[in-house]
Write a protein of this length. Structure first.
Length: 497
């Protein structure tokens, strides 16, 4: 039946015979995208030495990726809708493989930063295409919950896996392999996608591309993400920070005006305007801020206070992705029965408990009794949050809008991560300075000041988890039967096999 268009009600049958293998391919791609934001973190000092990167420029090994990734997400999502999800997914994989090779084989600073920027650009194609493919391949609500559980576990736990993989590759191979490892994985994923993911019918377009919207939202997101990155380094009131945040906010406001008037908008405002989806997107903005409270400052605690090696620090995070995987599996069976709101509220409250627990750290505490239990509690909260968040973000989304809706979810998480890094870094530095001023004669002053600053960050992160719980309780109103009906109406997309 090659080249035959199937009716919506029949389209899922042949494709779904391989749908679980498709989930493996999509999950592998998502893992690469998430890993690449952190996998080079531990390897960066070695790359800096080999390529003679200055201290002022080294941040671009990370920022070049996150900046381009966050800025191009909405455009990448719309391209998936208009040009075909599988096609854009394959383009993203091939491009990511080439960009990873360029970065891993870099002989100078320019090549490394260029490769990282290209990785971000192709990740902006991969991430929304993968999530939108997931939403149209899995139409049965229970199977969809399981698929989202796997995807959510990878999304939430990938940061920790990035630290583990980065530490292991740096210690036993070379910093270059933290980047080169993506190339063979991406090429295997290309072969898998061609074999098990059916070709979809792109959404019909009645007009041209929304170029003014694409330009304003891309520049606006880049300015916002870069502004928060600058805030972490130069302060919130620095002229460059204020200029970037002001310009980004103005551009995004112009983007909203353009979308409201456009006959063929890049982002139809009905997508974030639906109350359930709006709640999920706001949650997606808040949760990464809280997550960074744990990842950022526990990594400092492990290496600076407990004296762990990079690999040992990465392994210390291992209970987190394992806990998320277990919790996500449990959530997949609870979501069709109880709906997203109760499980997500419980998840957010577990996050509050986990970070408040971590905030009790004091000088002399160890890993097993003080950190590990809190990390497990937080992991069991993140599973329900990410599964529910992804399911609700695609709540009753029309098949032709699934790419841009997926991109909007990813963009919210990227901005949240940038906000979390800048905000929590600033607050922790101020807290450490305050502690030193208040306790100038205490023993082990530097270590105690550092731990105090981490505790402040953990408390702030707990506040963002609590804010997310309030948002979920007020805005996410879907019942289990709504999800089932909505999925059946929204995701029956024609597929060509």
């Amino acid at each position: 039946m090659t080249g035959t268009e199937l009716k919506p009600e029949d389209a899922a049958a042949p494709a779904n015979s391989m749908r679980w293998w498709a989930l493996v391919v999509l999950s592998a791609a998502q893992l690469m995208v998430v890993l690449d934001a952190t996998v080079i973190t531990i390897a960066l000092p070695y790359a800096q030495r080999d390529l003679a990167i200055s201290d002022g420029d080294k941040q671009w090994a990370i920022t070049a990726y996150t900046l381009i990734f966050g800025g191009l997400l909405l455009l990448g999502g719309r391209m998936a809708d208009y040009l075909g999800r599988r096609r854009i997914f394959l383009v993203g994989l091939v491009g990511f493989a080439v960009a990873s090779a360029l970065a891993g084989l870099a002989q100078n600073t320019v090549q490394l930063f260029l490769g990282r920027g290209l990785q971000g650009a192709f990740a902006a194609l991969l991430a929304p295409a993968a999530l939108s493919l997931l939403s149209v391949i899995f139409t049965d609500v229970r199977e969809r919950a399981r698929a989202f559980a796997v995807f959510a576990g990878i999304t939430a736990g990938g940061v920790a896996f990035g630290l583990i993989v980065g530490g292991a590759l740096t210690e036993f191979a070379s910093w270059r392999w933290t980047l080169l490892i993506n190339t063979p994985i991406a090429l295997v994923a290309v072969a898998g996608a061609l074999a098990v993911i059916a070709r979809d019918i792109p959404a019909p377009r009645t007009g041209g591309y929304d170029l003014p919207g694409a330009v304003t939202v891309t520049l606006g997101l880049v300015a916002i993400v870069y502004g928060f990155s600058r805030a972490a380094e130069h302060g919130w009131l620095a002229p460059s920070t204020l200029a970037l945040l002001g310009a980004g906010s103005a551009l995004l406001l112009v983007f909203v005006v353009i979308e409201a008037r456009s006959t063929n908008p890049l982002l139809p405002l009905r997508i974030p305007g639906e109350i359930n989806r709006g709640g999920a997107l706001l949650t997606a903005l808040l949760i990464p801020i809280a997550m960074f409270a744990m990842f950022l400052f526990l990594s400092f605690y492990y290496q600076n206070t407990l004296g762990y090696s990079p690999l040992e620090a990465g392994i210390a995070f291992l209970p987190f992705p394992i806990g998320i995987g277990i919790a996500a599996g449990i959530t997949s069976s609870l979501l069709p029965k109880f709906g997203p709101r109760p499980v997500m509220v419980v998840g957010a409250l577990l996050g509050v408990i986990g970070l408040v627990w971590l905030a009790q750290l004091s000088y002399g505490d160890g890993y097993a009794l003080s950190v590990l239990p809190a990390q497990v509690v937080m992991a069991f909260g993140m599973g329900p949050l990410f599964v529910g968040m992804q399911a609700v973000a695609l709540h009753q989304v029309r098949a032709e809008d699934s790419g841009v809706a997926s991109a909007l979810l990813n963009a919210a998480q990227q901005v949240g991560g940038a906000v979390g890094t800048a905000l929590l870094t600033t607050l922790s530095v101020q807290a450490a300075e305050h502690y030193v001023a208040e306790h100038p004669t205490v023993d082990h002053l530097v270590e105690r000041a550092s731990i105090y600053s981490y505790d402040v960050a953990f408390y702030v992160g707990a506040g963002f988890f609590l804010a997310a719980a309030v948002v979920i309780a007020l805005m996410i109103r879907d019942k289990p039967e709504n999800l089932i009906e909505g999925d059946e109406r929204a995701t029956a997309a024609p597929i060509v096999v």
